[in-house]
Design a protein around this ligand. Sequence first.
Ligand SMILES: [Zn+2]
Length: 326
Amino acid sequence: MDVIFDRGIYLPGPDLWLDSRRKRPVSCISHAHADHTAAHDRPILTGATLGLLSKLLRRSDPCALEYGDTHHAPSWSLTLYPAGHCLGSAQVLVESKASGHRVLYTGDFRVRPSPTAEPLEPASCDTLIMESTFGSPEYVFPPQEETLARFFATLRRWLAAGCVPVVLAYRMGKAQELLHHLLSEGFEVALEEGAYAVARRHEELGVKFPGGFRSFQGDLRDGETLLFPPGRRTRAALKGIRRKRYMAMSGWAVLDGARRRLGADEALPFSDHADYNELIDYVKAVSPKRVYTVFGFPHLARRLRAEGYDAQHLENGRENIQLRFL
Ligand SMILES: [Zn+2]
């Protein structure tokens, strides 16, 4: 059974899906990463997410909302709040008009600031459905400024030694965030074609990058840093480039052996997700009566139970969660 295509969170009262991976008549899409999307008939999402997914959703009849605007159905309402994860990413607050019960679904979220994502706004709720990607105690990230300082220093060292830095970051979100940071430090950057196209789309959606950048077409210029998604295709595309040094920027880099696993010469802990402490602090800030954790480690729900929360982990987000309170 291909459980992947059954993923998603279902609210039976409103008959509403959240981040369903299967095409549905109506589903909220929290953000533009492929593991949260499908070509729904009526997706509910932010205008920026719609802009990033325009190809996928070309046959859809979308309901695009600004942050803080409320969509009203007869028995429930829905409001999107910034999630800080990538451009357009949203938390989804669904409120029953009969009972006033509020369900908040975080989608993927990040507490630390990003130059290419709207800052996180916690929203109070009764029931919290939250991601737990880094919901295990080993995933505590150092201060972002510290990591970025190491990032820039390493790349400068490689460039000074006549090497070609290749920064590995996925195409949607992380690549544009790192591009922004690199340009603000004066680096010359050429991006993999797909990441470049997404960066241009970011500009169309209002993101201003602090400098010029170009699409890499096999023609390396002196002193350039390359920005590519991780994976075999990148290795193949860059086969002809000599003296490459790969830099991975990932939350998984807090673990020993991350460099080897990520296939990089250097790996630094930099993520667009909340770390373990930030996940716990977020729950405290939102103060829900009940918590469901999805898409990550079950440890977080255990820790929350130890702190007195009514918390349950839903295994790998593969189940269709039936919430009966709306
Ligand atoms: Zn994501």
